[in-house]
Design a protein. Structure first.
Length: 462
């Protein structure tokens, strides 16, 4: 009985796998909160014997070594990776026997990293799938620039050749099981669908349908910024973890402690949805809703090492945020508080945040000419933006607050999540701000002039 169980981490856009034959199991690319894996194995009465890494990850801290230690499993890592811990080294062409019916063949597939591996799965000697990590994704590939711009071109060519190796060595019916591509910034573009086969990828994936040079040029041209916290993930994964993640509840902060931490310049983060935050929040708090890509954007923007306090409606919300944070190496909140803001600080007057639509932005432009701030990423801006807007990607905002012209600021993104983060940062820094909580796809219909570069694309106002 072969079962392949995906273990999704939606807010980071990643996927791990637990694979078993009814008795023994192996795991591919586990995240740091290994309790999820252990619970699955316990529920099914499985014995985990092997843990595999496809590569040294850049977008999260691995749980591979911890899982192997907890289960007594072998921990398999590319022999070429210069790690500072004991592991079972593997090389291209090795075959690892999991059980009498299951085996994995190691395939070198450089491109996302130099030492990237894929693992071809056979059941009863029949190839059935391949675990591709950050190599061949659904309709895309992993990005080749995470090790620096100087290596991006060479790795893009390697990514092309690795995709062709997989397509050549595996049957068309073999299923493809990537780690990235579900929203992860480790993928060059986002995945198309949630499952695929080698045959489908041969017909649809640019890495397998385009000429090599065209693929490389398109791949490199389509890359945008990736989260700043990635810089900390590679070194963390090459060394033994300093400690296991502590997911116990943090100490509770009262109103005086919350205010002291805010006034000291620490980050006090409100986890509620942006509409709830806008309706009333403690002055100086920042809104990173747990309902979006919380860890990605918080990790991307927070000055690394800044003490962090979490405010949630419930203890469960705080616990979810803690779990997200340990995956990217933010170990423990300094404190936490749960409840409605008026309950947490009964003596304080709550701040509100004005919200608006793109239609209201169009009206504001026609009557009082506010500053329009676009906090989307560079490629989003390049494709289309509001004429006359100031562009500062969210991840650059803290360093560029002085670049925002004086006056009332109307901030927008693609759907409202990032604009609420940006608006809370601006408000905490004393700016008069309105958060556009609307889909950018309706901006033209709302009458706003949109540009690509300097060319007006559409819109009636102006």
């Amino acid at each position: 009985m072969l079962e392949i169980i995906p273990i999704d981490t939606p807010t980071l856009g990643d996927r791990s796998y637990l694979v078993h034959d009814g008795e023994v199991a192996f795991v591919i690319d586990p995240q740091r909160d290994i309790d999820r894996v252990l619970e699955l194995a316990d529920e099914r009465g499985l014995r985990i014997t092997h843990v595999f890494e496809t590569h040294m990850h850049n977008d999260y801290v691995t749980g591979g070594r911890s899982l192997a230690a907890a289960t007594g499993a072998a921990y398999l890592v590319n022999a070429a990776d210069q790690v500072s811990f004991d592991r079972t080294p593997v090389n291209d062409g090795d075959v690892v026997e999991i059980s009498p019916s299951l085996s994995l063949k190691v395939l070198a597939t450089p491109g996302h990293t130099f030492n990237h591996l894929s693992y071809a799965l056979s059941s009863d000697d029949v190839p059935v799938g391949v675990f591709t990590g950050g190599s061949l994704l659904y309709g895309s590939t992993g990005r080749p620039d995470l090790l620096g711009e100087a290596h991006a071109n060479d790795l893009a060519h390697a990514q092309y050749r690795s995709a062709h190796r997989l397509a050549h060595e595996l049957p068309e019916a073999a299923e493809v099981f990537p780690t990235h591509g579900f929203g992860s910034f480790c993928s060059a573009t986002q995945s198309e669908g949630t499952s695929s086969t080698i045959g489908h990828e041969k017909r649809t994936n640019p890495a397998l349908t385009q000429a090599e040079q065209q693929f490389v040029e398109d791949l490199l041209a389509g890359l945008d910024a990736f989260p700043a916290y990635y810089a900390h993930m590679g070194p963390a994964n090459l060394s033994p973890p300093a400690s296991e993640p502590d997911l116990s509840a943090p100490s509770l902060a009262d109103a005086d402690e919350l205010r002291r931490r805010i006034d000291a310049g620490e980050w006090v983060v409100d986890l509620r949805a942006r509409t709830a935050f806008a309706a009333g929040h403690l002055a100086g708090t920042l809104n990173f809703g747990i309902d979006g890509q919380f860890a990605t954007y918080l990790g991307w923007t927070i000055p690394w090492g800044t003490p962090l306090t979490l405010i949630g409606e419930t203890a469960e919300q705080v616990a979810e945020a803690q779990r997200e944070l340990v995956r990217i190496g933010i170990e423990r909140p300094a404190a936490a508080a749960t409840g409605a803001p008026h309950e947490l600080a009964p003596g304080e007057t709550l701040n509100t945040l004005r919200s608006a639509s793109f239609a209201q932005l169009r009206e504001a432009i026609s009557t009082r000419a506010p500053v329009v701030l676009d906090v989307r990423r560079n490629l989003e801006w390049k494709e289309s933006h509001v004429a006359g807007a100031v562009h500062i990607p969210l991840h650059d905002l803290l360093d560029r607050l002085d670049d925002i012209p004086r006056g009332e600021v109307w901030v927008h993104c693609a759907a409202g999540y990032r604009s609420s983060i940006a608006a809370s940062i601006l408000a905490a820094n004393g700016r008069s701000v309105v958060a556009v909580n609307d889909e950018f796809t309706v901006a033209a219909d709302a009458g706003l002039n949109l540009e690509s570069g300097t060319e007006v694309l559409t819109g009636v106002f102006g």
